[in-house]
Design a binder for this molecule. Structure first.
Ligand SMILES: Cc1cc2nc3c(=O)[nH]c(=O)nc-3n(C[C@H](O)[C@H](O)[C@H](O)COP(=O)(O)OP(=O)(O)OC[C@H]3O[C@@H](n4cnc5c(N)ncnc54)[C@H](O)[C@@H]3O)c2cc1C
Ligand code: SF4
Ligand code: SF4
Length: 625
């Protein structure tokens, strides 16, 4: 089993220590909500501290935030949002001039039929497709798509906003920093929380000057320890500090993090004569595979964000996102809008889809968890940014209350302030409605859709059941998945050819299963490799250990599906010697999909896979996503 540098090896070099009052991990919407609320209230109008720092008496509390990405706003997201929490923080948000922001003007939900007959559809879906085609003259049907006559109320983003998460987060970061009361440090990954007994006392930053295996090399500098009375963890769904706390404290009885999706998106310049108006929102389902959902949001100035979600309950052992995204774009309904467009930027990121069921212990002595890593994302309403922001803002109010009352950040005090606010809020109430709404998908798409509709009609009281299983329990062998379409002999031949070329297998499998070749045009339809290179958008500073680690190589040697290779969003995981994949930091977009796309659980923990996703630098270098 691989491991990072042991403390004994680095004992000779002193680890620096710094003291702060509050330290935050990650600068996503959750932490932005926390800091935006807190920073405005740390200093009075007369310039004197509203509350006093414990580490710098006479000064306002020292608040530090560390973000692993190269800069603020290098995240990946849609976004369409009702912006309830965002408006509560910034009532004038619509007039703030945030680049790429638009008010929602039109919403459409579309069922996409398969124009090629290459997707894997159940008999009932085939029947539905036949019916739709037979009666298309009487239905709102065009370009192989059926437009639903209305947008279900739970999905509606009426009066909401279309945003670029990158542009919005850069703007939010500037608002927070302009208060002068908090510091945000990008390019600074947090390696771990510092835990003494069951109390979190701060964080340790990532060691620098290591080789890929985590051994000290030239210029080795141990990461600094930041001690703080409160550690705020807002590191998202795949954050290493959140994972560490889950492993240390466990998660509440009956909770689990088994539902995931990878979202992959393009930012596109639409052609000059596009008919799509700013604020247009399209949601799709049914194609390229029935399990894959899609979105297209239109920003001002002919720019669109578009992409797909590939969920963990899509039981394909070759569930690649990049090629599926291109087939989705080429669907006749979407292509009539996208033809003539040009790629500006792209990215991928994992979503934690367990929602309330994935909620960890929200607080403990010295720590509080906010945002998606704390189970905020609501997959029923298709909303995560607003919920993450809201929980950050709730924590800030709680922290101010405790600071003013001079009460310590104990589990009990944080429960009585932060958790209580969260439980009383719309975030929590809506998460109860959402909790079981998508369980039906565990047993098939049609069942899932019926369950979703039932939950929508009954406010979550009724839905169809289905027990979420860890992703690796659901991954069938390639031979099983392609039974009747590609023979085991053909699969063996393709596997042999792809291993010899050191490339993933999914392209060859999709070709064989009848998917047409992608007509690359060098503008919008570019190869995966070209997308990675375009604009030098993936960065990997030298001197850091690999953040993706195959924990038990012997499990990889015996692994038949190697779904980690097939699913990798950046082609960073490729076939390696003796059956153990290789990882290339230079191509990793930090989407975190490998964390849950592994076919084997750990021998000692059935809830965790054979891949570790640790703290790391670099990744996508774009603030447009
Ligand atoms: C393709 C896609 C489309 C989406 N569409 C929508 C949509 O239309 N509407 C909507 O509301 N939501 C959407 N979401 C979901 C939404 O983006 C998330 O719910 C939201 O970003 C969660 O915010 P967060 O702050 O909790 O976490 P994140 O946004 O994940 O932010 C966590 C931050 O922590 C940083 N971090 C992680 N580990 C460390 C570490 N060790 N040290 C320092 N920093 C660290 C990360 O780099 C990141 O910046 C979409 C998501 C995706 C991927
Ligand atoms: S990491 Fe998981 S999926 Fe990848 S080869 Fe190893 S066991 Fe298989
Ligand atoms: S290796 Fe990097 S790009 Fe590939 S799945 Fe893992 S995090 Fe995503």
């Amino acid at each position: 089993m691989n491991s990072a540098a042991p403390e004994s090896l680095i004992a000779a070099i002193e680890r620096q220590r710094m003291d702060a009052d509050i330290v935050c991990v990650g600068f996503g919407p959750a932490t932005a909500g926390f800091l935006a609320t807190l920073s405005k209230q740390l200093v009075n109008a007369d310039g004197l501290p509203a509350v006093e720092s414990a580490v710098m008496p006479g000064m306002p509390p020292q608040v530090l935030c560390y973000e692993r990405a190269d800069d603020l706003g290098f995240g990946v997201s849609g976004v369409v949002t009702r912006a309830r929490a965002l408006r509560a923080s910034f009532p004038e948000i619509e007039k703030a001039g945030i680049p790429m922001a638009a008010t929602v003007s039109e919403e459409r939900v579309l069922y996409l039929l398969d124009p090629h007959g290459a997707s894997r559809r159940s008999p009932i879906l085939h029947l539905a497709d036949k019916f739709i085609r037979a009666f298309k003259f009487a239905l709102p049907f065009e370009h192989d798509a059926l437009k639903l006559p209305w947008t279900p109320s739970f999905l509606h983003k009426r009066d909401g906003m279309v945003l670029s998460i990158g542009q919005f987060m850069q703007w939010a970061g500037a608002q927070v920093q302009s208060t002068g009361t908090v510091q945000i440090w990008p390019g600074t990954p947090v390696a771990q929380a510092l835990i003494e007994g069951d109390k979190v006392v701060g964080v340790r930053l990532l060691d620098q000057g290591e080789d890929r295996k985590g051994q000290p090399a030239d210029g080795f500098t141990p990461g600094m320890d930041i001690h703080a009375a409160l550690t705020v963890i807002g590191d998202g769904p795949i954050g290493p500090v959140g994972q560490q706390l889950d492993a240390h404290f466990g998660i509440p009885e009956g909770h689990h993090k088994r539902d995931w999706a990878v979202g992959m998106k393009f930012v596109v310049d639409l052609r000059e004569n596009t008919s799509l108006k700013p604020g247009t929102v399209l949601h799709t389902f049914g194609y390229p595979e029935p399990e894959i959902f899609g979105f297209l949001y239109v920003h001002p100035d002919r720019v669109a964000s578009l992409g797909i979600f590939v969920p963990s309950w899509f039981d394909s052992p070759a569930r690649t996102a990049y090629r599926y995204l291109q087939h989705w774009m080429l669907h006749p309904y979407l292509w009539c809008h996208l033809e003539g467009g040009k790629l500006r930027s792209w990215g991928a990121k994992t979503l934690g889809e367990s929602g309330r069921r994935g909620e960890p212990h929200l607080v403990g002595d010295g720590y509080a968890r906010i945002g998606e890593g704390s189970g905020t994302t609501n997959v029923f309403t298709g909303s995560g940014v607003d919920e993450a922001w809201a929980t950050g803002a709730q924590l800030a109010e709680a922290v101010l209350e405790l600071l003013k009352a001079k009460k310590p950040f104990t589990k009990e005090n944080l429960e009585a302030t932060y958790v209580q606010r969260r439980r009383a809020s719309w975030v929590d109430q809506e998460s109860i409605v959402a909790e079981k709404s998508r369980d039906g998908f565990q047993k098939g798409v049609v069942r899932g859709m019926v369950g979703l509709a039932l939950a929508g009609l009954t406010g979550g009281r009724f839905t169809l059941n289905g027990d979420p299983a860890p992703p690796w329990k659901r991954i069938p062998r390639l031979e099983e998945y392609y039974r009747g379409r590609i023979s085991p002999k053909e699969i063996a031949k393709l596997r042999h050819e792809c291993t010899a070329k050191s490339v993933s297998l999914h392209g060859a499998l999709m070709d064989k299963a009848g998917w047409p070749a992608i007509p690359f045009d060098g503008r919008l339809l570019v190869s995966h490799q070209d997308a990675l290179l375009m604009g030098g958008k993936v960065q990997a500073p030298a001197g850091y250990a690999d953040h993706v680690v195959f924990l038990y190589p012997e499990l990889c040697e015996k692994c038949g599906t190697k779904i980690c290779i097939e699913m990798c969003s950046g082609q960073a995981i490729t076939p390696g010697e003796g059956g153990v994949p290789t990882f290339d930091r230079e191509k990793c977009v930090h989407c975190g999909a490998c964390l849950w796309n592994c076919a084997h659980s750990l021998p000692y923990d059935p809830e965790r896979a054979n891949i570790a996703f640790r703290a790391g630098t670099g990744g996508l270098h774009s603030a447009e996503n």
